[in-house]
Design a protein around this ligand. Structure first.
Ligand code: GLN
Length: 446
């Protein structure tokens, strides 16, 4: 598959024939189920879009039955920016319902296969985007990351996935899951493409009050893999990961040393607090955000005897099990009597996590961390919700602290599956993040 950088050089005629080939390839690989819907008639460089990002006049389902047939009335800001850069949305990628999950198995539109093994999940929640890029069925894709949903599927499918600093990319037109954690980001074949796509979609947007105005400097113009950085590694953290992941971790450390970076051993607060703080915060916000799908304002309606019945019927019929579980959890942690014990405490823990990172970043430029405890799961392996939540252990603290991070392929495991690791940078230091990632990628290839 051509890279995004190469695609930007193609003539309109070359792009036309590329799009025809791409369409044929997607049809020939339909069993992968990476896409919920494909429309390659449009002009421009075709980019795959997670199905929770609005493209005007196109359906947007967030992987849910409750939004089946819903047509987006306006473009998300990231889509407007893509179009301005000559990139065109051409396919809606499959995802866990409302981005809640780690396997893409909770989609109403069926499971997506991992391109490296049809018996394994592509990861989630942006599993369709990762599978599409990993299988050569997209040049690049957009995903969203609330607790790892870009980085983990990227790691499982052997591609690059980047979560920007909270506030860097507008959330306007993104189906909200947990608003204080959600970020849209690039999923690409290599680090340079991720930087190019990040430059295109990032920037201040008055339509998103949490978007930050920091000028418009482009990271891809200044990429410098020769910069020598100080990079923290976390031996304590990595201990609980599988042997394959630990092997990849050592391989990455060696590569970073060869590239001339300084490696220092550090530790972070026990990650068990991350899981609780994240699942309290995320479900509390999700409960609030999903209240709008009531069959009146949004979503498919199921009639009832009266208004209350209509709400109950609509939501019982439209939401899947995992979404219902999180609505229940979120209402519980926000309810009076429990609010202080759970929600308020989770915010305190969140603050501590951020402080821990701040302390570390006073001494280092980047942190090297696993993305997931192991390679892509077999279908059904994370059926127990608690097991699934625990599998997010390496990704969620980055969202709680609002930091940028990039997952990139490092190794092939003993089971033949890709192993990805992530680099994490301090808030708004995407330049250093991409420089370090490019250096690691280059060194691993040499
Ligand atoms: N697996 C995590 C969750 O289910 C993260 C999902 C995401 O980043 N959207 O909440």
């Amino acid at each position: 598959m051509i890279t995004l950088k190469e695609a930007l050089e193609l003539s309109p005629q070359e792009l036309d024939s590329f799009r025809d080939d791409l369409k044929a390839k997607i049809e020939a690989n339909s069993e992968l189920n990476a896409y919920i819907d494909v429309n390659v008639v449009a002009e421009g460089i075709p980019i795959a879009i997670k199905d929770n990002i609005q493209v005007k006049d196109w359906s947007v389902t967030s992987g849910s039955k409750i939004l089946q047939g819903y047509i987006a009335p306006y473009n998300a800001t990231v889509i407007t920016k893509l179009l301005e850069a000559g990139l065109t949305p051409f396919g809606r990628t499959n995802m866990d319902e409302f981005a809640m999950g780690s396997t893409t198995e909770s989609s109403f539109y069926g499971k997506t296969q991992n391109p490296h093994n049809p018996g394994r999940v592509p990861g989630g929640s942006s599993g369709g985007s990762a599978a599409a890029v990993g299988a050569g069925l997209a040049i690049a894709a957009l995903g969203s990351d609330t607790g790892g949903s870009i980085r983990q599927p990227a790691a499982f499918c052997g591609i690059v996935g980047m979560k920007p600093t909270y506030g860097r990319v507008s959330r306007y037109g993104l189906g909200a899951y947990a608003s204080s954690l959600d970020q849209i980001g690039p999923m690409t074949q290599n680090v340079e493409d991720a930087a190019i796509l990040y430059d295109i979609i990032s920037g201040h947007d008055p339509k998103d009050s949490t978007s930050v105005d920091m000028g418009s400097s482009k990271v891809s113009d200044k990429l410098d893999p020769e910069r020598k950085l100080t990079i923290a590694v976390l031996p304590e953290y990595v201990k609980d990961a599988s042997e394959d992941v630990r092997k990849a971790y050592d391989k990455a450390i060696e590569a970073l040393k060869r590239a001339g970076h300084t490696i220092v051993e550090k530790s972070l607060m026990d990650a068990k607090y991350d899981i609780s703080a994240y699942y309290i915060t995320a479900t509390a916000e999700a409960t609030t955000n999903l209240a709008r799908y009531d069959g009146i304002r949004y979503g498919n309606r199921k009639e009832g005897e009266n208004l209350k019945d209509l709400f109950i019927e609509t939501r019982s019929e439209g939401f899947g099990d995992e979404v219902k579980r999180r609505i229940l959890l979120g209402n519980f942690v926000l309810s009076s009597g429990y609010y202080d014990a759970y929600y308020v405490k989770a915010q305190k823990v969140r603050h501590l996590i951020k402080e821990e990172y701040d302390k570390l970043f006073a001494e280092v430029d980047l942190i090297l961390s696993p993305v997931a405890p192991r390679t892509a799961y077999e279908f059904g392996a994370l059926e127990d919700p608690l097991e699934m939540y625990l599998s997010d252990i390496y990704t969620i603290s980055v969202n709680l602290a609002g930091l940028p991070a990039i997952s990139l392929p490092v190794d092939t495991a003993s089971d033949g599956m890709p192993v990805g690791l992530q680099l994490i940078a301090k808030a708004f230091d995407e330049q250093t993040l991409f420089d370090g990632a490019l250096s690691l990628e280059t060194q691993l290839k040499s």
